[in-house]
Design a protein around this ligand. Structure first.
Ligand code: HEM
Length: 426
């Protein structure tokens, strides 16, 4: 495969080409093996599943990075558009799609790469991912409610549900880290690959977009496939047990993908909340107190009164006369589908640490991300219930709030993020 991803020719500057040429990758095992035959994938460059476990297919009915088995690292950037030109915005989305497609395949963002350009030319790719594996990179793009104002002629196509999330009880929001016209969620198993992808796209948008805020996540707090183990959040609890998994096709279709016949058909809404965790307080609680906050055990992650993580929650069972086995205001009970008119969501959050605050306390927490088909039915209902009653509220502070509409995936190499939106408002 050449630098532009087609068969034949030289490929000295692709990340994968670099690996193959340098012989790096030997001994990485089946999933990590790198060799020349990896570059003879299908015509569109998306190797069939199993041919290269490190590459997540980019093209498809839905964007990658939603039901994709959750990667270990994330870099999330929210941007504001500073050009008023609809054409410039459209061209940028096209360019971003092409670049992200290449990077997901382990190539540099442009065929010239970071060092293939003339020495007097500024390269498009910044180069720090050269030599790194594709690391299951996914890049997912979303449009904020503010993109649908008068600037770009998109207002007639604003989905009814795409509006700023309401302010929930207890929210202590910092506007500087909330909202945005656009978002880029880059996830990978290597933090440098994720950061590089978003950084290169931001650079390509220089003069057209500015970064509003960004968040680095260092460890996943959910699993989105039954094949993944359940990770732990910074409270030390297993997180993601009752999450929607990509194998639950019917539930994913109902609660994650939009089916409305509009440009959003096949897309999903991304709801993000930066949640500071007051770890110093939490760390002083007994294990019993901590377990009653979640309604699950700390070791196994089992429902209280049960032994195994996967045991169903005994919501209706009582602990003698002491009250329900799962406390009335336990997080797991309040967030569950039965307590929220059947609401479900695909959680895809990450742990973060951002240093220390003025008191020397860890500025750490959970960057919560959920993908839903209906923000109103599947997210706001649950968040509202939690914000009013959750036992966990004594140990967290909701610091930011954002919503983005993630369009469907580009179906082939000629397609681009948001084409349906631009067509619908042409
Ligand atoms: C610091 C923030 C949070 C922490 C530490 C946290 C932690 C947990 C834990 C430990 C569980 C039990 C294991 C599991 O089923 O995954 C859980 C379940 C859940 N959480 Fe959270 N969570 C947080 C925020 C939120 C928010 C903001 C929402 C939604 C608005 C949410 C929605 C859910 C849902 C839907 C479940 C599954 C409930 C069930 O069906 O049993 N969580 N969370």
């Amino acid at each position: 495969m050449s630098q532009d991803g087609k068969s034949g020719g030289l490929r000295p500057l692709s990340r994968r080409g670099f690996l193959a040429g340098a012989g790096i990758g030997v001994g990485l095992g089946a999933a990590g093996a790198v060799g020349a035959d990896r570059f003879t994938g299908s015509g569109d460059g998306d190797p069939a599943g199993g041919e290269d476990a490190l590459i997540v297919p980019f093209n498809g009915a839905h964007q990658a990075g939603i039901t994709t088995a959750q990667q270990e690292r994330m870099y999330f950037v929210a941007l504001d558009v500073v050009t008023d030109s609809r054409e410039e915005l459209r061209d940028l989305l096209r360019t971003w799609t092409t670049m992200a497609r290449r990077m997901s395949r382990g190539l540099e963002a442009e065929p010239e790469g970071s060092v293939g350009v003339d020495r007097d030319t500024v390269a498009t790719d910044t180069g720090e991912a050269v030599g790194l594996r594709p690391a299951r990179l996914t890049v997912t793009v979303g449009f904020g409610p503010s993109l649908f104002d008068e600037r770009f002629g998109l207002a007639p196509a604003r989905p009814e549900e795409l509006e700023d999330l309401p302010r929930f009880p207890g929210d202590q929001l910092d506007e500087r880290i909330s909202r945005g016209d656009l978002c880029i969620q880059a996830c990978a198993d290597d933090p440098q690959v994720a950061v590089h992808a978003a950084r290169v796209l931001v650079k390509a948008g220089s003069g057209l977009v500015t970064v509003r805020w960004a968040q680095l996540g260092f460890g996943r707090t959910a699993s989105t496939s039954i094949e993944q183990g359940t990770p732990r959040n910074l409270f030390g609890f297993k997180d993601g047990t009752a999450n929607l998994k990509n194998e639950y096709t019917n539930l994913i279709n109902e609660h994650v993908w939009v089916h409305d016949g509009s440009w959003m058909d096949g897309g999903s809404y991304l709801c993000a909340r930066r949640i500071r965790m007051l770890l110093e307080n939490w760390d002083r609680q007994t294990r019993r107190e901590q377990e009653e906050v979640f309604g699950r055990t700390k070791d196994e992650g089992a429902p209280l009164g049960r032994e195994h993580e996967e045991d169903p929650m005994p919501f209706n069972e009582w602990h003698g006369t002491d009250g329900p086995l799962i406390p009335a205001h336990a997080h797991s009970r309040l967030a569950s589908a039965p307590a929220n008119d059947g609401a479900r969501m695909l959680r895809r959050g990450y742990n973060f640490v951002g240093g220390v605050d003025d008191y020397g306390h860890l500025d750490a927490g959970l960057f919560f991300i959920a993908f839903v088909a209906s923000p109103r039915d599947d997210f706001i209902t649950v968040q509202s219930n939690l914000s009013h009653h959750d036992n966990m509220n004594a140990f967290v502070r909701y610091e930011s709030s954002s919503i983005f509409a993630c369009p469907p995936g580009p179906v082939d190499d000629d397609d681009w993020w948001g084409r349906g939106l631009f067509d619908q408002t042409a």
